[in-house]
Design a protein around this ligand. Sequence first.
Ligand code: PAF
Length: 276
Amino acid sequence: MRLLDAPDPGFTSGCVLVPTMGALHAGHAALIARARSIADQRRARVVATVFVNPTQFNESTDFERYPRTLREDLALCERAGADAVFAPASHVVYPPDTTIPTPLLPKVATLPGLEDAHRPGHFAGVCQVVSRLFDLTSPGVGVFGEKDWQQLQVIRAMTIAQFRPIDIVPAETVREPDGLAMSSRNRLLDPESRERAAGIHRALARAAAQRSGPAEAERVLAESLADAGILPEYAVVRDARTLLPPKAAHDGPCRALVAARVGGVRLIDNVPWQPT
Ligand code: PAF
């Protein structure tokens, strides 16, 4: 496996790209394994990127305490089947004296009541860095995790709006045995918060089983989170693609989505929701 710290278009062009911020875990290994199977069909390479992007953090303390574990990350990428890891220094992504544009944000990035309400500017940073990583590596496919459901829709919409010939492929969320979605932030949870955090998935599972209507599912979600001692930033049912609130008679695929701080750590998760 190669470690790239500068763009190498001859090696990465047409690759299956797995952008990450490092601190990799089994969820990322599953993204890379998914990328491997797509790449084998296309006779392409798998390239994972490791870059903690400062422009998508709302709080500098959050950026500073984000775990950085490059040595372990490289070992995980190799085991999971990556051909290369692109781990650029900040000046490669954001060269001094050069303005890296922030792409036009798709509508799905700024909908009221979701991420933008709690992390203003976050998706501007995500779109900026993903666009930049696409420019630096020229992939044919980008693999993104479903745990960040809104991010997945934002990147999909941005890629289409930019007419990029890149397929955006989702990969399912990988969970701990008690249901907690794997996340690099989980390692910041103290033991009491870690136990409580499992309540997010319990609440989502109960809401998914309540299929009479979105309002009823949201009520179950709120109640279950309260039972677990979790006060969410949002806990909603939305259309899976547009992320707009579904109409009462809506029959398309939806998603139940939660963001909550548990023991000071911000966690997000979601599950499919479909009315009967
Ligand atoms: O999902 C993430 O880890 C990040 O938002 C991403 C897509 C790698 C951009 O920094």
